[in-house]
Design a protein around this ligand. Structure first.
Ligand code: F6R
Length: 241
C-alpha cells in the first residue's frame, strides 16, 4: 500500500489525475473503473484540462463505474449516469459506447450483477479502479457487513449513507433506498486501485480502514490486502494518523 499525503484537496486532485493520466498514456486501450461523489470532482476537472491541453486522448479508453442508484433513470440529475456525463464524459473524447454503469432500472438486479461482472471480464478486467471512501468505510456501496460481498449486487443503503448523500437531494425522502454496486470481489479484481480521501470527516475512517484490522465492518480495510493500492489523502483527512 502506498500512502500519499497532500496539502489540500487541490493537490490531491492533481496528484490523482496525474496517476490516472499516466495509466491512459501507458495503455491507451485501458479500462478505468470510475467513481462518483464529491471526492473525484477536482480530479475529473483536472483530466478535462489535460485533455483540452492535448495531453490526453480517451478515444480508446473504456470505463466501468462502481455503482448506480436503483430506480433513477439516466437523465435524473442525481443518477450516477448523469453525474458522469456532466462531470467528465461530455467534456472529453470518450465514445459513449465505451462507458458503462450498472443498470439500476433492471427489474432483475441479480442478473444485472452477473451481466456487469461478465462485461468487465470481457473488457479484460479493470486496469485502474478509482475509489472514494464513505465515512462508514464503504467503497462503492458496499456497506459495513458481516462478510465481504463478492460480485456486483443489490444493496440496501444504510441510514448513514442516505443521510450523507441527502445533501444532493431536496430531502432525505428522495434519496433512493437501494443501489447496485460492484462487489468487493469485483473491486479487488482490479489490477491497480487508487483511493482518494479528503477532509476532516474522513480522518477517522482513514485511520480505521488503513491502519486498523481488516474487517467487513470497515469494508475499505480489505484494500490492505490488495497488491497495488495507492491511497491519496489530504492533510485534513490525515489528522488522526
Ligand atoms: C461513489 C461511491 C461512493 C463514494 C463515497 C464517498 O461512486 O461509490 O463509495 O466514493 O460515498 O463519497 P464522497 O466522495 O462524496 O465523500
Amino acid at each position: 500500500m502506498r500512502f500519499i499525503q497532500t496539502k489540500d484537496y487541490e493537490s490531491l486532485s492533481k496528484t490523482a489525475a496525474d496517476i490516472l493520466a499516466a495509466q491512459v498514456l501507458l495503455k491507451p486501450h485501458c479500462v478505468l473503473g470510475l467513481a462518483t461523489g464529491s471526492s473525484p470532482e477536482g480530479l475529473y476537472q483536472n483530466l478535462i484540462e489535460q485533455y483540452h491541453q492535448g495531453k490526453l486522448d480517451f478515444s480508446t479508453v473504456h470505463t466501468v463505474n462502481l455503482d448506480e442508484y436503483v430506480g433513477l433513470p439516466a437523465d435524473h440529475d442525481q443518477s450516477y449516469a448523469y453525474f458522469m456525463q456532466d462531470k467528465l464524459f461530455s467534456h472529453i473524447n470518450i465514445p459513449a459506447q465505451n462507458t458503462f454503469l450498472p443498470n439500476g432500472l433492471s427489474d432483475d438486479i441479480a442478473a444485472e450483477g452477473i451481466r456487469y461482472d461478465n462485461l468487465i471480464s470481457k473488457l479484460g478486467g479493470i486496469d485502474m479502479q478509482l475509489l472514494g471512501i464513505g465515512a462508514n468505510g464503504h467503497i462503492g456501496f458496499n456497506e459495513p457487513d458481516t462478510h465481504f460481498p463478492c460480485g456486483t449486487h443489490l444493496v440496501t443503503l444504510t441510514e448513514k449513507t442516505r443521510q450523507d448523500n441527502s445533501r444532493f437531494f431536496e430531502s432525505i425522502d428522495l434519496v433512493p433506498t437501494h443501489a447496485v454496486t460492484m462487489g468487493i470481489g469485483t473491486i479487488m479484481g482490479a489490477k491497480r486501485i487508487l483511493l482518494i480521501a479528503s477532509g476532516e470527516n474522513k480522518a477517522q475512517i482513514v485511520k480505521d480502514a488503513f491502519f486498523g484490522p481488516v474487517t467487513p465492518q470497515v469494508p475499505a480495510s480489505i484494500l490492505q490486502l490488495h497488491p497495488d493500492v495507492t491511497i491519496i489523502a489530504d492533510e485534513k483527512a490525515c489528522t488522526l494518523l
